[in-house]
Design a protein around this ligand. Structure first.
Ligand code: NAD
Ligand code: UFG
Length: 353
């Protein structure tokens, strides 16, 4: 298949591009690089030995986006592009609504114009709000707690309305739980700007000596050790879920949501312990105030994805921690400083203007 990937240079997009290429698909990729580096694209080419066209295009620019559809045959779209920081979305709601929602509407308009009607959308477990019970199934009530979450929920609703209006569309909403880990080559991984918001990149930056200690946000939750519980999933497993979703939209129309999680929950203290074991490095931490808006326990019921997509996560917590550490330790400054042992000079992808 020939797949347009938006947000290709980001954390999940880059890992999915590798899996798409390794499975023999062609990719056409788009990113405005507002939260990522071009070097990620070099690395994708290096891992797979394949090249692909890259358009440095903002989804807010519909004319530029249209060129991508004019110049390429596209069978389906995987839509990762979006802003994702919860705290920033509270401070800058208009930026989030404009980027995520207008960007998606531009994409859908252009798809419609060029008769491309298959899309896989990056949704999030955040659409379940504060879940009343676990494990979380797709039919649970939906509620967003912040502007970022509302963009995900609104886009899900826009896509459902779109299908109601035209049943030739084939749409998959993938609700990710907590992706961590990195590609086993340690050439691509998560490279957050500034101080990380999320647990695993914070832990790896403490381990590499960039940050002094981890703050554990609260230890009075109703969980076994009092700290928050989440469903961490290896980013490569998550990436593979997209290939299964593509198979589904290739053969049937409709709009369907799927949880992509492991179905297992780990507490913050269990995560620290698992990381220390995998990396052989102690992680200093202190107990801090709980973070506003955090749920106590959140983990998926992943059965629908297993039954209907034939997908299940395979990698365990040890592998997730090991791969997170292998990436961070080999790339202490992320993609910023190209490591000559990892990435040869020169662009392996070709940039389109
Ligand atoms: P990321 O920030 O690493 O990647 C997103 C990419 O989209 C970046 O490369 C960014 O430059 C690009 N982008 C943003 N706005 C754009 C625009 N207007 N035009 C073109 N490119 C644009 O994020 P990620 O972790 O890879 O997440 C990918 C998707 O999955 C996002 O939609 C995110 O909301 C969703 N998601 C992520 C998580 C997570 O924990 N990482 C969890 C649930 C859902
Ligand atoms: N935590 C800490 N210290 C930190 C960071 C996090 O103790 O420095 C704790 C949190 O309180 C929580 C757990 O670690 O209990 C996981 O926190 P993350 O920030 O890594 O992940 P969240 O589950 O809060 O949120 C993430 C994304 C959301 C997304 C959600 C579900 O940030 O955008 O996963 O996919 F919606």
């Amino acid at each position: 298949m020939s797949i347009l990937v938006t947000g290709c240079a980001g954390y999940i997009g880059s890992h999915t591009c590798v899996e798409l290429l390794n499975a023999g698909n062609e990719i056409i990729v788009v990113d405005n690089l507002m939260n990522s580096k071009k070097e990620a694209l070099n690395r994708i080419s290096e891992i797979t030995g394949k090249s692909f066209p890259f358009y440095q295009v903002d989804l807010l620019n519909e004319q530029e986006l249209e060129k991508v559809f004019i110049e390429n045959e596209i069978d389906a779209v995987i839509h990762f592009a979006g802003l994702k920081a919860v705290g920033e979305s509270v401070r800058l709601p208009l930026r989030y609504y404009h980027n995520n929602i207008t960007g998606t509407i531009n994409l859908l308009n252009t798809m419609k114009k060029y008769n491309v009607n298959r899309i896989v959308f990056s949704s999030s477990a955040t659409v379940y709000g504060m879940p009343q019970k676990v494990p979380i199934s797709e039919h649970f009530p939906l509620k967003a707690l912040n502007p970022y979450g509302r963009t995900k929920l609104m886009i899900e609703e826009i896509l459902r309305d779109l299908y109601q209006s035209d049943q030739n569309w084939s749409i998959t909403l993938l609700r990710y739980f907590n992706p961590i880990g990195a590609h086993e080559s340690r050439m691509i991984g998560e490279d957050p700007n500034g101080i990380p918001n999320n647990l695993m990149p914070f832990i790896t930056q403490v381990a590499v000596g960039k940050l002094p200690e981890l703050s554990v946000f609260g230890n009075h939750y109703p969980t076994a050790d009092g700290t928050g519980v989440r469903d961490y999933i290896h980013v490569v497993d998550l990436a593979k879920g997209h290939l299964k979703a593509l198979e589904k939209i290739d053969t049937s129309n409709g709009v369907e949501s799927f949880n992509l999680g492991t179905g297992k929950g780990y507490s913050v203290l269990e995560m620290i312990e698992a990381f220390e074991k995998a990396a052989g490095i102690p992680i200093p931490y202190r107990i801090a105030e709980s973070r506003a808006g955090d749920a106590a326990i959140c983990f998926a019921d992943p059965m629908k994805a297993k039954q209907e997509l034939g997908w299940a996560a395979e990698k365990d917590l040890h592998q997730m921690c090991e791969d997170s550490w292998r990436w961070q330790s080999k790339n202490p400054n992320g993609y910023e400083e190209s490591n000559p042992h990892l990435s040869k000079s020169g662009d392996f992808f070709y940039a389109k203007k």
